[in-house]
Design a protein around this ligand. Structure first.
Ligand code: HEC
Length: 392
């Protein structure tokens, strides 16, 4: 009865992660919109910098943007920090569940680096924690370097991370680690750099002093960075459905382009300068270059593989796939049919052919090539699956 517990645990964590993520990104988008929509107050009011009127669900809302001043504190102040925190906690749980357990099979690709279970976990933690410290020091207000230089180093470091992770981990694992790095920086920005400044200003106001508004200004750059991280992180979170992307031989380049495109889309979305709207052009060129890069297929079809029948292919599937995709799995770790995909009969193979092809073509399956499928067998299975497509 408990065999399916695994599935539901994953389902529930994923669900919570998506719900928390929607609340976080949703409220971030809302505040980005709000910030760009304020207008100077019609009647000037003390400490009010801007006002905005909205209608939603049959009611009208008026929001003021204001500075807090001594003696003007509201009784109840709403902070937006739990959305971010819950997104991170559920995300990290999901990361541990999928990538650290099960011998870290989704992190390791022996053809990239033959990591042990322990090494895979250790190295990914080093990447994640190391990246935060590097980032935090680079953008620390006490470190005096010109902003232009700081941003350039930051961008180059992000590209270095994107470049090196696929030389250590599986394509899918590498993408996810970059996503976790960006996500961790976002969360730590909130807790370590943004909230303490705000709390200090609040405490000053409560103590009857004029708050030191430069504290808010100091953490401003971290808030801005967080908005740049949003789209790249979302791209990465969705990437594990696309093996043709994360297992591409230039997976790092695709991710670098996606990151840049994501950052440019953010700029276009937020900016008020019409010249910056033109960033949509390089963003579109970036997307088109992704299409071009992923269109190339290096697998050449040899004449000998043409016209293979199911009986030619069945032994390959049996040897290389069924240990993890059968009614009774024999794999030591994956004891139930993975993703519910069972490949025991011709009908089932036909049913799943569209899912099988990208997995096999992009060398995602057999997972970490645990069953040691040869290139020849792979080419045969690919050709067979492609011909099934044209059969119908
Ligand atoms: C060592 C175990 C293992 C072997 C061997 C294996 N798979 Fe998988 N397979 C997995 C796991 C684990 C997943 C789920 C991955 C995930 O969480 O996305 C999976 C998922 C899949 C999926 C679903 C992908 C999707 O769309 O979500 C397909 C299709 C698939 N495998 C096909 C194959 C084929 C074809 C073979 C043989 C060539 C094969 N697998 C061999 C472990 C294995």
């Amino acid at each position: 009865m408990l065999e399916s517990l695994d599935l539901w645990v994953e389902y529930l964590i994923r669900f919570s992660h998506v719900v928390a993520g929607i609340s976080w990104i949703g409220s971030s988008f809302y505040f980005i919109w709000l910030d760009s929509s304020f207008e100077p107050p019609k009647k000037s009011r003390e400490n009010v910098d801007g006002e905005v009127f909205m209608v939603h669900g049959g009611f009208y809302y008026q929001v003021d943007k204001k500075k807090i001043a001594p003696g003007q504190l509201p009784e109840k102040l709403h902070w937006f920090k739990w959305e971010a925190t819950l997104t991170f906690i559920t995300g990290f749980m999901l990361f541990i569940y999928l990538y650290f357990l099960n011998s870290a099979s989704l992190l390791i690709d022996p053809s990239v680096m033959n990591l042990s279970h322990f090494q895979a976990i250790l190295f990914s933690l080093i990447f994640i924690i190391g990246s935060w410290f590097f980032y935090d020091v680079l953008f620390h207000p006490n470190i005096k370097i010109p902003n232009f230089l700081r941003n350039t180093i930051g961008l180059l470091a992000a590209f270095a991370l994107i470049y090196y992770t696929p030389t250590v981990f599986s394509g899918r694992g590498a993408y996810m680690i970059v996503g976790v790095v960006f996500g961790s920086c976002m969360l730590l920005n909130v807790w370590v750099r943004i909230l303490p400044g705000q709390a200090k200003m609040l405490a000053q106001a409560e103590a009857g002093q004029t708050p030191d508004y430069s504290l808010g200004q100091k953490s401003k750059s971290r808030s801005v960075h967080n908005t740049y991280f949003i789209f790249p992180v979302l791209f990465i979170m969705l990437s594990n459905h696309y093996p043709a992307v994360y297992n591409h031989e230039l997976a790092w380049l695709l991710l670098a382009i996606l990151t840049l495109v994501g950052a440019m889309l953010r700029q276009v979305m937020i900016t008020k300068k019409s010249i910056e709207k033109w960033l949509l052009v390089p963003a579109m060129i970036g997307l088109m270059s992704l299409v071009a890069l992923t269109s190339k297929k290096d697998m050449t079809v040899s004449e000998a593989n043409k016209g293979l029948s199911y009986s030619d292919i069945q032994p390959i599937i049996e040897k290389r796939c069924l240990s993890c995709h059968a009614t009774q799995n024999t794999d030591d770790i994956f004891t139930v049919a993975q993703k519910g995909i069972i490949l025991e009969t011709e009908e089932l193979v036909r049913l799943h052919k569209d899912k099988m092809l990208p997995q096999v073509e992009n060398k995602v399956m057999p997972l970490a090539n645990k069953t040691q499928m040869t290139d020849e067998e792979r080419a045969q299975l690919i050709q067979f699956l492609k011909e099934l497509d044209t059969d119908q």
